[in-house]
Design a protein around this ligand. Sequence first.
Ligand code: ADP
Ligand code: ASP
Ligand code: MG
Length: 428
Amino acid sequence: MQGIRDREQETMKDIIVQKYGGTSVGDVDKIKKVARRVASYSRKGYKVVVVVSALGGTTDELIKLADQINKNPSEREMDMLLSTGEQVSVSLLAMALHKLGVDAISFTGAQVGIRTDSSHTKARIVDIGTSRIKEKLKKGSVVIVAGFQGVSGDQEITTLGRGGSDMTAVALAKVLKARECEIYTDVKGVYTADPRLVKNARKLESISYEEMLELASLGAQVMQARSIEVAGKYNVPIHVRASFCKEKGTMISKEVRSMEDVLVRGVTANKKEAKVTVCDVPDKPGEASKLFERLAEARINVDMIIQNISRTRKTDISFTVPTSDLAKTQEVVRKVNKEIGAKGAKYDRDIAKISVVGIGMRSHSGVAAKMFKALAARKINIEMISTSEIKISCVIHRTDADKAIKALHDSFGLGKKTLSRKKRAVRS
Ligand code: ADP
Ligand code: ASP
Ligand code: MG
């Protein structure tokens, strides 16, 4: 028995999970290129499990399509619709691998037993059956799994939230005890800021789960936040790297000591939140609780909350919600306002939340002061502030967001060190 288990353990070590994001499979040429990369790993003897996202832009297109038909579509039907995107890309990649003479088979989430709870559009994985995948791997097949989707206990198709293919990859790497979980994307790794916006952003060699989780939750799209939560919980090391280049990317793993020396690891912006202000809420115990209870019941994720000082026994409560939940929020607020006798509400979509993140903040002071000074120097007004042990966030006007990110990136010295004029002259 023990011998069998050891041998099984040996084989498992050779499994690698590779996830290719939407932009990496955006067109036929890219799918063929991805197939060549996968084939090269398979030929080296690895047992490769590939997770693929829908072709770039597909999920957004499907959402738009639904919106043209029904502004408030059923979440079950949304999952039926959105899960089709990944079904297209997995089968095309399998065909591309066949063309290269590589044995490969594609599966939906349900086919490989990615079981989730029944929270449509943001389901959580509860269990993954590995027998079908292992059986195919043993036979030498590359196994291609549709990212972002699963099946609930009552056999309904579910999806795992935007960016959810990252979650599929991390969960598979965990249950298969893979030696690597590679996240292939359209940038070379995790940077000190979005490299598309900040030209001198620096690629990080490594980052802790904790910092990556904050950056991702606060808007850095490169990894889905929930996938990092799971990776951290089960200690699944992740390698974020570019699909079409061999260079090493960024390792996401447990905290290492040297990381504490860095005050700020990165800056990020979230432009997908809106600010809600409920006006003239009676200032007595229980009123805020009613409001936030109703919002929670509607499964709305409330982020920053501010209650102003009351001088008249009435107070204003402001909070932020994802813009995608704004319509639902308005409905809830309207009902609660009647219940508690609040006057009305204001909604502001033109906000952005900008944040600085770093484990080093735990042991250093002055980060907030430096952040506010950098914003003030650019005449950027701060509307809300929130802090945690390793991050500081400010809500500002959305049109100021890019300027603010560049300013913070500079102020905290995060950019690539440019060569001095003298050194440049020597080199040229
Ligand atoms: P994929 O389709 O591969 O899942 P995403 O679009 O979800 O790719 O994520 C990659 C994008 O994340 C990059 O194109 C980049 O613009 C953005 N991004 C935002 N913040 C960062 C960051 N700190 N480091 C790297 N990329 C970032
Ligand atoms: N296709 C899904 C999305 O666009 C999942 C993913 O790409 O990870 O959100
Ligand atoms: Mg993504």
